[in-house]
Write a protein that binds this ligand. Structure first.
Ligand code: MN
Length: 152
């Protein structure tokens, strides 16, 4: 786990985003940022191994079963990013407004390199969810995943 990609993409003297560092221990928090960039999307972030593993979800995250969302893996973000809200200035990476759409904790159920299963305890997202790696790749050659709610 490292934040090199994250830090390389940003100019911290211009962007209000945290520079951050990898924490010594993992936590169990999650956040969904509503990010009004060039295109509105949702960034789903799970605290894991001292960072926030992050996925860009082009549509609203699934609130019920039967909805599968594409989730494009993006660079790990620092744990400090969990509570970040603000406006990334024009011309900067990810320029636009960032708001918290949901925040809470999660409990790991199952984890393999190809799939994560966890129970979310947020205000909007509650219950068992799955992230499943596909064979496709998105931006920066990072894998795409499917994100959906499981029957509880
Ligand atoms: Mn984003």
């Amino acid at each position: 786990m490292n934040l090199q990609d994250y830090q390389k993409k940003r100019k911290f003297e211009v962007s209000p985003e945290p520079k951050g560092k990898v924490l010594e221990r993992g936590g169990n928090r999650f956040v969904v940022h509503e990010h009004q960039a060039r295109r509105l999307h949702y960034d789903f972030r799970l605290e894991m191994e001292g960072v926030l593993k992050s996925w860009a979800v082009p549509k609203t995250p699934p609130l019920s079963e039967g909805i599968k969302r594409l989730a494009i893996e993006v660079e790990d973000h620092p744990a400090d990013y969990l509570t970040f809200t603000g406006t990334i200035p024009e011309g900067q990476y990810g320029a636009g407004k960032v708001k918290i759409w949901d925040i809470g904790t999660y409990e790991n159920l199952k984890k393999s390199p190809e799939s994560y299963e966890f129970v979310l305890a947020g205000k909007k997202l509650k219950g068992p969810y799955v992230l499943l790696k596909t064979k496709g790749y998105g931006r920066a050659k990072k894998p795409t995943w499917l994100f959906f709610k499981k029957k509880s």
